[in-house]
Design a protein around this ligand. Structure first.
Ligand code: NA7
Length: 549
């Protein structure tokens, strides 16, 4: 069989097709803006994108029900008022198709497509110490010689899709949510199984339940969820949020999580009645506010975490009624604390389980052992017969996008091997030993876990552009973190993380969803505003954590 990669030059091949100042890997939220900024600086820059179109996360995740959990009016670029105001969201939390269209609008408006090579995966990136430059190879055989390698590969882009023995024996069809086909998938009348009840699984389940013949949900760890309120926007609503552009631009990047809201209350200063009133009021907002802007103490105090968890638990139980469903879907009081991993938003999700065609199966103590031709087999030997298996099984977060590529730094060291041992970065913007490789959406910066992604990615790409500009202005060509600088950042990151309850809970936040992955909180938890300040200080102080030559 001939594949496009068969013709790709091998390592050591000196053929170079193209010489660039910067290669941007990925054409999602970060990649598009990074490309734009560097082109504005006059650099020869090109983006390489595996998909056939722009969008990144919003290109790949086209599963039924995929939508924002961030309000549309803050999930936008804030560097251009015109770009912001010319786009109108149809509702508060828009769906995937609309988000993908928005990124296409941005691409067209900024005329970016001419500098993006689609259907092209970066397969390797090797740093040449003598020349201080990277050689990038792609799935289409390109060999590019570039000064900077900028990774915009996304935090949640490497799917956990080969999870079970026997997947290739299944007589039906298996989909991973983030590799959902573009063409319509007919689920009508089918026996469908969904594995996973994270943010993705919940969106799928609540969307397809009334469309399939029979739905079996395989639920392992129960999830805390919050209800989403998603009003449609009238022209007046759109005008109203656009009017707030300056205010949004000035506040959002400085809050704890890059949202329009921030911590407002202190638990200890409120009476029990006031606490309850506040929780009820914020709960009614129908957003992630209860998690990211209620009482910051939920992250630090076992008692306060327990109290707020109980508040959310009760809300969930009230809707489920059936004790068997509660046991499967609602975290028990001593399970883990509300908000110590991602809190999904849902719409009529629990009600779905009361339908006759929907069945919840706990696989917590009776795990899925393998996929068999007829369906899924559990440890007790039960076989659930299925026509379609939907794997909402998550991602190798933060590290996966780069570990899939053969990235070699100084002395031929491998990033995949380094990160298999210990996940370290300098502010999530560079990795010691990998000069001129600048990174977005990698561990140890605020990201999907605890940040509205556009807020964080704009800041990270802007920092990268500034660093490159600084190098050129100083007549230098190479930047890399010092070991001391990186050690200090990792220590600071760990100190903040370990002061919270988050590391006590297993989830992709800690890497525990990937067997063998070193355990460390992947997202910086000091707050988006604080992180931004630290990045600015680093630049203003002349990049003391970095060596430039
Ligand atoms: P998540 O949040 O990692 O959720 C994955 C789900 O899949 C979760 O319920 C897992 O259960 C379940 N899972 C994974 N492997 C298995 C096996 N082997 N057996 C049973 N169940 C399994 O991924 P999502 O895609 O939902 O969300 C990722 C992020 O995207 C989200 O946080 C947002 O930021 C957007 P577990 O909890 O591990 O017991």
């Amino acid at each position: 069989m001939t594949t496009t990669t068969d013709t790709a030059p091998q390592a050591g091949d000196s053929r170079t097709d193209l010489e660039l100042d910067a290669v941007v890997m990925g054409a999602g939220v970060a990649g598009l803006y990074q490309l734009y900024q560097l082109r504005e600086q006059g650099l020869r820059v090109r983006a390489y994108e595996e998909g056939t179109g722009v969008g990144g996360t919003w290109y790949w995740n086209r599963y039924p029900g995929a939508r924002f959990d961030s309000e549309g009016y803050i999930y936008q670029y804030l560097f251009s008022e015109e770009l912001y105001k010319e786009w109108s969201w149809s509702e508060k939390f828009p769906g995937q198709a609309e988000v993908e269209s928005w990124l296409q609008y941005v691409t067209d408006k900024l005329d970016l497509a001419k500098d993006i090579q689609f259907s092209t995966r970066v397969t390797s990136a090797h740093f040449d110490e003598d020349r201080g430059r990277w050689t990038i190879r792609t799935s289409r055989g390109d060999v590019i010689d570039t000064q900077f390698f900028i990774t915009c590969g996304g935090m949640l882009s490497a799917p956990q899709q080969n999870v079970f023995e026997g997947q290739d024996t299944f007589h039906g069809t298996i989909f991973h949510t983030s590799r959902w086909p573009k063409e319509p998938v007919g689920l009508e009348g089918k026996r469908v199984g969904v594995i996973g009840i994270g943010a993705t699984g919940i969106q799928v389940i609540q969307t397809i339940a009334d469309k399939v013949g029979h739905l079996t949900v395989f639920a392992r760890t129960p999830q805390y969820t919050l209800p989403m309120k998603n009003p449609k926007y009238t022209p007046e609503d759109q005008a109203a949020y656009k009017e707030r552009f300056q205010e949004i631009k000035e506040t959002v990047p400085h809050t704890f999580a890059g949202f329009a809201y921030d911590w407002e209350y202190t638990w200890e200063e409120c009476t029990p009645e006031q606490r309850n009133e506040i929780l009820e009021e914020i709960y009614a907002d129908g957003s992630l506010k209860l998690w990211l802007a209620s009482f910051a103490e939920i992250f630090f105090s076992e008692d306060i975490s327990r109290a707020v968890s109980e508040f959310v638990r009760q809300k969930m139980c009230d809707r489920l009624k059936d004790q068997r469903l509660i046991d499967i879907l609602v975290p028990a009081p001593d399970d883990y604390g509300f908000g110590t991993h991602r809190v999904p938003l849902e719409r009529n999700y629990f009600e779905v389980y009361h339908r006759d065609n929907v069945e919840a199966v706990s696989v917590r103590n009776n795990k899925i052992t393998e996929v068999v031709p007829e369906g899924l087999e559990l440890a007790d030997g039960t076989v659930h017969e299925l026509d379609v298996i939907i794997m909402a099984t998550g991602f190798d977060a933060g590290t996966g996008a780069l570990k899939r590529i053969d990235v070699r730094g100084r002395g031929g060291r491998s990033l995949a091997e380094d990160w298999n041992t210990d996940i370290r970065t300098t502010m999530g913007l560079m990795v010691e030993g990998y000069p001129n490789m600048l990174t977005t959406a990698v561990p140890l910066a605020p990201s999907a876990a605890l940040c509205n992604m556009t807020t964080c990615l704009q800041q990270q790409t802007e920092w990268i552009s500034e660093a490159i500009k600084m190098l050129h202005e100083q007549g230098k060509s190479v930047i890399e973190p010092t070991k001391e600088g990186q050690d200090a950042w990792v220590e600071h990151h760990d100190e903040l993380a370990n002061a919270t309850l988050v590391p006590k809970t297993d989830s992709w936040y800690m890497g525990s969803n990937v067997p063998g992955k070193p355990r460390r909180l992947l997202s910086y938890i000091g707050g988006v505003g604080t992180y931004r300040g630290k990045c600015r200080e680093e630049a203003e102080a002349g990049y003391p954590s970095f060596r430039t030559t």
